[in-house]
Design a protein around this ligand. Structure first.
Ligand SMILES: NC(=O)c1ccc[n+]([C@@H]2O[C@H](COP(=O)([O-])OP(=O)(O)OC[C@H]3O[C@@H](n4cnc5c(N)ncnc54)[C@H](O)[C@@H]3O)[C@@H](O)[C@H]2O)c1
Length: 422
């Protein structure tokens, strides 16, 4: 089975390695030639547990290689899996430029009788639209080739662990396309497969999961604020509420980041608006979560002229990914309020922080610390020493520290859903 994976990134490369380890002959296509060279040398270009070993083995056995020539790889494959990014435009619309380019290449190179499966998260109707682009080359989706949508539902640092465990959702343009996808993923991925039938159903599975998470976090943020105002610590309440076998309240926090949760709800919201379908809860969750960094900062009042540092650029602990990180909103808000703001992250060099448009700084010597990311490196800060160096206030956006431990050094403590210590 000759398989092409278009997009050799954090999701595409592990997937390609698994296909190769289960007997496929895999070509990874990427526009980044440095990435292609690294893959061909058997070295994973990013950190992802277990992928280094699988990649080295695949390259050594000659069943896994990479190229920048997407057209010729597609032309030689029976199955094509596409997992390139779709981000948000400034107008919060899905930016389909890259994936459209891939579909256009497929329109010129896809073999009759092959199957193309899109795994990138798409708006409902997105795969059918891509099929329209491919069909311009002369083949007809569902007749001359199989068109499939199968959302990727794993996350960085847990990719291999989750790839086999999370059921793989598939839907096709015809029942035969969906059945073929079911067969392919069962054999070459090895995860349980759920065939939901149509392309649109499979697309909605992914968006529904994302919106569930966004709404859940918005609810946790709202309940956390209520608890705090009532003089209650929310965390033990949340944990207790979650013991009834029905509730699964997620953690409140200073903001939602990443290229998934704050992005994909808009795919559905935009479509719903166009069609006049009410999705008020999804919209409200976005509104609550977008305003969360500002609301948490409001608790500390005037910051004008104060030296302040935001800890953590990453949107997730221990992961060097900053897409839609609340750090950006926090810095903008603090600047607008007149603070002198710098940023620190143990995973980023000063140069990398500057490239993101932020100013790097040292943890010591600030009057205010705002924690955005619960990196392990921040767990055991020496608050006695920081207090001596001028620290007066901590905004613990991830409830990482013990409030009493912080406040005993004369530092004000503000968390999320925790009774402040002034
Ligand atoms: N990262 C996650 O945690 C995650 C989780 C679930 C689903 N996803 C889905 O996977 C998609 C990709 O995410 P990722 O983390 O792998 O991104 P990534 O940025 O790590 O990888 C994308 C790769 O695509 C390559 N690329 C860009 N344009 C290309 C083109 N025209 N042809 C070939 N390759 C091209 C890039 O060079 C890059 O190597 C996301 O858009 C999302 O839909 C991601």
């Amino acid at each position: 089975m000759k398989v092409t994976v278009v997009g050799g990134g954090k999701m595409g490369l592990p997937l390609a390695c698994v296909f190769a380890s289960r007997g496929a002959e895999v070509t990874v296509c990427d526009v980044d030639s440095a990435k292609v060279a690294s893959i061909n040398a058997g070295v994973c270009p990013f950190e992802e547990p277990g992928v280094d070993e699988l990649l080295a083995e695949g390259v050594k056995k000659g069943v896994l290689k990479a190229t920048t020539d997407t057209a010729s790889a597609i032309a030689q494959s029976e199955v094509v899996v596409v997992i390139v990014p779709v981000m948000l435009s400034d107008a919060r619309e899905a930016d389909l430029t890259i994936i459209d380019q891939v579909a256009e290449i497929a329109s010129r190179s896809l073999k009759p009788g092959s199957m193309i499966s899109f795994e990138t998260t798409l708006p409902v109707g997105g795969t059918r639209r891509l099929g329209g682009i491919i069909d311009k080359g002369g083949l007809r989706a569902g007749v001359d080739y199989d068109l499939v949508f199968s959302p990727e539902r794993v996350k960085s640092l847990y990719v291999l662990a989750h790839l086999f465990k999370n059921p793989k959702i598939v839907g096709g343009i015809t029942p035969a396309s969906a059945a073929r996808a079911e067969e392919f993923y069962s054999k070459y991925l090895g995860a349980p497969v759920i065939n939901v039938g149509s392309l649109e159903a499979a697309e909605l599975v992914k968006l529904a999961g994302m919106i569930y998470r966004d709404v859940n976090i918005a609810l946790a943020n709202e309940l956390a604020l209520f608890a705090e105002r009532m003089g209650l610590d929310f965390e033990p309440i949340r944990a207790a509420a979650n013991t009834d076998g029905e509730s699964n309240l997620l953690l409140p926090g200073i903001g939602v980041g990443g290229h998934c949760t704050p992005v994909y709800p808009y795919f559905l919201i935009n479509e719903a608006r166009t069609r006049g379908i009410p999705v008020e809860l999804a919209e409200l969750a976005r509104k609550i979560n977008v305003s969360q960094p500002r609301k948490v900062l409001d608790k500390i009042g005037n910051v004008k002229g104060k030296k302040c540092i935001v800890l953590g650029v990453s949107f997730r602990p221990q992961v060097k990914e900053s897409a839609y990180s609340p750090a950006f909103t926090l810095v903008t808000e603090l600047n607008q309020r007149g603070a002198e703001v710098t940023v620190h992250d143990p995973l980023y060099t000063d140069e990398e922080i500057r490239k993101l448009g932020l100013e790097p700084g040292e943890i010591e010597g600030n009057e205010i610390i705002v924690l955005n990311t619960a990196h392990d490196a921040y767990r055991d800060l020496d608050f006695a020493r920081l207090a001596k160096a001028g620290l007066r206030c901590v905004v613990d956006g991830r409830n990482l520290w013990d409030p009493d431990e912080v406040s005993k050094h004369g530092i004000s403590y503000v968390g999320v859903g925790r009774v402040p210590r002034w």
